[in-house]
Design a protein around this ligand. Structure first.
Ligand SMILES: NC(=O)C1=CN([C@@H]2O[C@H](COP(=O)(O)OP(=O)(O)OC[C@H]3O[C@@H](n4cnc5c(N)ncnc54)[C@H](O)[C@@H]3O)[C@@H](O)[C@H]2O)C=CC1
Ligand SMILES: O=C(O)[C@@H]1CCC=N1
Length: 270
């Protein structure tokens, strides 16, 4: 199978490096195109993938096309490549936030049965610890869907998810790595305040958060049970925990997630 990427930005780079490192496909099976020629050539050389000079040539060359471009350019890209899409009939995989499969199909303005799969991945696919939600539009067959699921299982965890839940997933797993990085950076920054070098403090905070996530996933314990295990009576943790809650830590995080969901829905409706 040949996989093409339209757009070689942050997310495409993370997916490509992840699936090549894991051996899901070889670099020779990957074709790239980006309007930023320098970026295109640089990624292609770095990973050993092929690159082409137009989105049309890319679609002609591959079986699966990942639309790794911003939501506001997808309509234009589908329209400029429409005739090639309609003759080649590749599987289109969109990773764009706030862009439902119905809208993507409408952009093609056709009755031809083009298979479209929607994926909401996250950037942690780069290190094989991604999270991706996947749903297929009307004309996707099981074999095509299975291929996409396997592609994202190669670089993390993948769920088949009803499309109506995509906004929620985008907030919980697509955008949330940024919030987790912020949390880690905030802990590290506090370390710097107390005299630790930033790099060491960041490593310490990241390792603590990495282990905490694994504890939840591997023990299957409720996070509150684990919180209680860390909070020694009269100890340090409970003092810090209550200080965080005085500043409405839980409500602040929930507000961030609410706002992310609302923004995704706003993009859906555009
Ligand atoms: N960054 C992230 O963590 C995640 C991003 N996404 C989605 O992935 C998509 C891409 O996001 P990023 O990689 O962050 O953006 P980015 O801005 O890093 O990459 C987009 C790339 O598309 C290229 N491009 C623009 N117009 C083009 C055209 N007409 N033909 C070919 N290439 C073109 C740009 O030059 C750029 O390199 C977005 O739709 C976003 O919603 C989804 C999940 C996570
Ligand atoms: O910020 C965004 O719109 C994209 C979608 C999920 C993560 N980044």
């Amino acid at each position: 199978m040949k996989i093409g990427f339209i757009g070689t930005g942050n997310m495409a780079t993370a997916i490509i490096k992840g699936i090549v490192a894991n051996g899901f496909v070889s670099a020779e099976q990957i074709y790239l195109m980006d309007i930023d020629h320098e970026k295109l050539v640089s990624l292609s050389e770095e990973v050993g993938a092929n690159f082409v000079n137009s989105n049309r040539s890319l679609i002609e060359a591959v079986d699966f096309v990942v639309l790794a471009i911003k939501p506001n350019v997808i309509e234009h890209v589908l329209q400029e490549t429409k005739d090639v899409i309609l003759t080649k009939k590749p599987v289109l995989i969109s990773i764009a936030a706030g862009t439902p499969t119905d809208k993507l199909y409408r952009y093609l303005d056709t009755d031809v049965e083009i298979p479209i799969v929607r994926v909401m991945p996250n950037v942690n696919v780069l290190v094989g610890k991604g999270a991706a939600a996947i749903c297929g539009h009307d004309f996707v067959n099981q074999e095509q869907l299975d291929f996409v699921v396997k592609m994202f299982e190669a670089v993390g965890k993948a769920w088949i998810l009803a499309e109506e839940d995509f906004s929620n997933f985008t907030a919980l797993a697509g955008s949330s790595p940024a919030y987790a990085y912020l949390f880690i950076d905030s802990i590290a920054r506090a370390g710097v305040k107390h005299g630790l070098p930033k790099q060491v403090a960041t490593e310490m905070a990241a390792q603590a958060v990495l282990g905490s996530a694994e504890m939840i996933l591997k023990t299957g314990e409720n996070p509150w049970t684990l919180i209680d295990q860390v909070c020694s009576p009269g100890g340090t943790t409970v003092a810090g925990l209550l200080a965080l809650e005085e500043e409405a830590f839980i409500s602040t995080v929930v507000k961030g997630i609410d706002t992310t969901i609302a923004r995704d829905k706003e993009l859906n409706d555009k």
